[in-house]
Design a protein around this ligand. Structure first.
Ligand SMILES: NC(=O)c1ccc[n+]([C@@H]2O[C@H](COP(=O)([O-])OP(=O)(O)OC[C@H]3O[C@@H](n4cnc5c(N)ncnc54)[C@H](OP(=O)(O)O)[C@@H]3O)[C@@H](O)[C@H]2O)c1
Length: 381
């Protein structure tokens, strides 16, 4: 460790004694670690028995040192997404069955790199970072092998004071992107970006339909407007539709008061329909999404909601020659492109609620209750 780094380590950890800090720094040097591993315990939330949100438990464990190719990050914010409810209750299908009781949940977050294991050159100590939740997916096409390192599902997630991640997953957060905002990107932001820019190749002459006003949908609105497209938003709530219009939605439709909302989208777009559909719910709404779609539209399957009792009528797919493509969040390269675009265009995610770490369980009940427009985040440090 250089004298400069050693000095900044000393300044940063004001409450520790000089001897302790020097010992730590020497130990770190011996292991080939750059930076500083704070000595002591960290508070984390663990999944526990996975019977209900009440079985999530606060625990303490030793702050880990990064091994080769790993990074230790002090977490500033974590984000919660729909899938985290399923993971907390043994309902998320891949991998099947319960996760270890000690698994730390949540796939989205942002923090500062404190220490790096041997072999990492791309990221530096002190960088503010986030990461896609598929920690091994750097670029190229999707592979189910990515499940081996799925943050908050098969490896520890962001709901703790520190997180150990593969350094190859990390994406530097530009200065003008706030940590609170960067903590919403790994699942929700990245999925909407992937759908719009990697699958649909959205253009300003597109009409983009994004279903609902939750995490993914709010990013659908943000990114589609940034691309200059016309945007249609559906919601069960007129108040949320008002908010969507304030955020730039051109056309809004209440799917609760009008179960045949696909026809309403068609009418309100002058009989053209949506050329891009972000299907954020799942097979249950596919019938109406097909009704709302333009001829030759690109329909991106995102929502993993339960299938309806009767399968959707797929005739619309053939009649309109629709393209149907399912996606799984996104890669590190996609995330780098997205975060650069956000920084350059000053794009800010919609945060519905910021919850203190001590009340982390509340984030689960809030996302289950569905009153939010946009993202729910947890402030850790
Ligand atoms: N494929 C992937 O990689 C990927 C990535 C992220 C998320 N997902 C999935 O995408 C879905 C959304 O995730 P999220 O995190 O954004 O969830 P979220 O924040 O909980 O939002 C859920 C949204 O669903 C809307 N909704 C529910 N029923 C609807 C219906 N019949 N028609 C239109 N909208 C409806 C609600 O809108 P209103 O409250 O406005 O009515 C709400 O905004 C989930 O199924 C999640 O598992 C998949």
């Amino acid at each position: 460790m250089s004298q400069l780094n050693r000095r900044s380590a000393l300044t940063a950890a004001g409450s520790l004694t000089l001897t302790t800090l020097l010992n730590q720094a020497v130990a770190a040097d011996k292991a080939g670690i750059q930076g500083r591993v704070p000595k002591g315990k960290m508070r984390v939330v663990q999944l526990g028995e996975q019977k209900s949100f009440d079985t999530l438990t606060m625990a303490e464990r030793t702050i880990p040192a990064p091994g080769p190719g790993q990074a230790l990050i002090r977490v500033h914010y974590a984000g919660i997404a729909a899938r985290d409810q399923g993971i907390a209750m043994k309902l998320f299908p891949v991998p099947p069955g319960p996760r270890p009781a000690t698994l730390i949940p949540l796939s989205e977050g942002c923090g500062e790199v404190l220490a790096l294991g041997a072999g990492e050159e791309r990221i530096k100590v002190g960088d503010r970072v986030t990461a896609p939740h598929w920690a091994n997916w750097v670029s190229g096409p999707w592979s189910p092998a990515n499940y081996v390192a799925d943050v908050g599902n098969t490896i520890d997630g962001w709901l703790g004071e520190y997180i150990l991640l593969p350094a190859m997953a990390l994406v530097r957060v530009p200065e003008n992107v706030a940590s609170e905002h960067a903590a919403t990107l790994s699942g929700s932001g990245l999925t909407a970006w992937h759908a719009l820019h990697e699958v649909a190749h959205v253009r300003s002459d597109d009409t983009v339909l994004t279903l609902g006003t939750g995490g993914v949908s709010s990013f659908g609105l943000l990114f589609a407007k940034a691309a200059g497209a016309r945007v249609v938003v559906t919601s069960s709530s007129d108040a949320k539709l008002d908010q969507a219009r304030q955020l730039g939605a051109d056309i809004t439709v209440n799917y609760k008061t009008n179960p045949q909302w696909g026809k309403e989208v068609m009418e309100k777009t002058g009989g053209q329909g949506a050329s891009v559909v972000l299907e954020n719910v799942g097979p249950a709404t596919l019938d109406q999404s097909m009704a709302a779609a333009a001829v030759n539209a690109r329909v991106v399957m995102i929502g993993t909601g339960r299938p309806p009792p009767n399968p959707p009528n797929m005739n619309g797919m053939y009649l309109k020659n629709l393209m149907l493509k399912a996606i799984s969040a996104g890669s590190r390269t996609m995330m780098e492109n997205m975060i650069t675009a956000m920084a350059q265009n000053n794009l800010k995610p919609v945060i519905a609620l910021t919850i203190p770490f001590a009340e982390a369980k509340r984030a689960y009940t809030e996302i289950r209750d569905g009153d939010h427009f946009g993202k729910i985040v947890i402030k850790i440090s």
